[in-house]
Design a protein around this ligand. Sequence first.
Ligand SMILES: CC(C)(COP(=O)(O)OP(=O)(O)OC[C@H]1O[C@@H](n2cnc3c(N)ncnc32)[C@H](O)[C@@H]1OP(=O)(O)O)[C@@H](O)C(=O)NCCC(=O)NCCS
Length: 179
Amino acid sequence: MRIRRFALTDLPGVMRVERASFGAAGHSSTTFLGHALRDRKHSFVAEDEQGTVVGYTLVRMNLGWLSARRGGITSIAVDPRQRRRGTGGALMARALEYLAEEGVDEADLEVEVNNVAAQSLYEAFGFRRSHLLPNYYGPNCDGMRMVVDVGRANQTRTRDAARAKRAADGRGVRAARRD
Ligand SMILES: CC(C)(COP(=O)(O)OP(=O)(O)OC[C@H]1O[C@@H](n2cnc3c(N)ncnc32)[C@H](O)[C@@H]1OP(=O)(O)O)[C@@H](O)C(=O)NCCC(=O)NCCS
């Protein structure tokens, strides 16, 4: 498995992961097309040994007031058949590495309050709960904002990457690498 930048030709594979992960509530192909054309730099895919897309993440950059550079994770998903193998962690590690390269100090994201898997992933990277977002995902479907100090997240990531590598050695999955 390796992590690389999102290319236009990844669109069908990314949409497959999106539909399998979020169903009709997922992003449209137009959203991903926009990222592929405009913000390719901010988007990453995970591909397996056969070159099949098994996950993706979209990163956002917000230029704040004064000098503060802020960013966040717009979305992350892994093919349901490929989960719990370190792919989500590898994508998150690359996203945070990219945000650090871009000089972002603090990053945030939104997650459904009931999404235990995603919250566990985020907490493993040092994200902490910031505040509740009532009805963020629709009526009676609350969200939560989580934030991370990108510098601290990278330290966490280093430990996580070492753990992922140990797991990969044991499971025959090559450690993820940037493009
Ligand atoms: C969240 C998601 C991206 C994680 O991808 P993944 O490839 O399974 O993640 P990893 O294998 O790298 O797991 C990394 C860590 O995340 C946590 N985690 C992942 N899935 C978990 C689950 N089902 N339950 C509890 N913790 C979980 C664990 O801490 C895990 O480390 P461990 O395996 O050593 O225990 C994946 O579950 C997914 O695509 N979910 C649907 C889409 C989604 O909800 N996206 C987030 C929207 S905000």
